[in-house]
Design a protein around this ligand. Sequence first.
Ligand code: B12
Length: 214
Amino acid sequence: MELEPRLFAEHLLAGDDVAALLYVQKALEHFSHTDVYEHVMTPAMYHVGDLWEQNKITVAEEHLATGVCDFVLAQIDHRDPPAAEAPRVLLCCLEGEEHYLGLKMAASIFRRYGWHVRFLGPTLPLEHVLKDAAQFQPQVIGLSGALAYRIPQLKASVETLKAETNADIIISGRTALIYDLGAQVGYAAATIASLEALENWLEDGNEGTANATI
Ligand code: B12
């Protein structure tokens, strides 16, 4: 089977959640979840973004596509419950950042690796990230950012999180794919630009990587 992100994008844009889910379930018979996230769902959403930017689809169609993609993501995110002593990760987008699908994929991968995942979704004010982290005591906090103009906010937040929690900080999202986030945010956080890199990081063990750009 060849992966066809454009075909999947057509299902998204048609609002055909059944066809979109069936396509992904079939792909999962041959490919890993990470492959399907990286090579079907992500390029399909990037394609939706290109069509949107070129005014070839409406804002409503983009919203529809996002909703169907989110639905499919939730449907295929099956996993076993984590062991009580398993490590904990808190995942969120900072205040004002609404693009959370990539973060949700990362959450799914952490779960597949047996972690306790606290997925807090889009646009969470820093004070609430701190409050939640104080309770949940994560070993890792992961942030995702799509919008370039939020990089200064990301940098400031990483510095605060580093100072006020014991967690290693990882940063990612579209900004990590386009910019040298490590250089811009500073090495208080590890940049993990893709889900494949996240899998490598999880497989290799993650201690001591907080100063590295991956
Ligand atoms: C859907 C969408 C929206 C939705 C988001 C809803 C949602 N639930 O996420 C809505 C409608 C809210 C939206 C709003 C806006 N958007 Co928008 N949006 C998109 C779109 C089409 C898809 C985003 C997406 O889901 N991509 C798929 C995910 C899976 O990709 P990803 O986030 O990069 O994730 C991958 C990696 O980065 C990584 N990853 C991501 N997070 C994490 C976290 C960890 C821990 C790890 C390890 C890995 C990881 O894993 C993923 C797989 O590799 C993109 C197009 C694009 N190229 O992405 C535009 C896009 C990002 N948006 C854009 C813009 C301009 C906006 C708005 C400013 C529009 C406006 N005028 O209002 C607003 C801003 C909202 C805000 N304040 O955040 C621009 C940004 C351009 C720029 N120069 O910065 C884009 C590129 C569209 C375009 N081509 O112009 N958007």
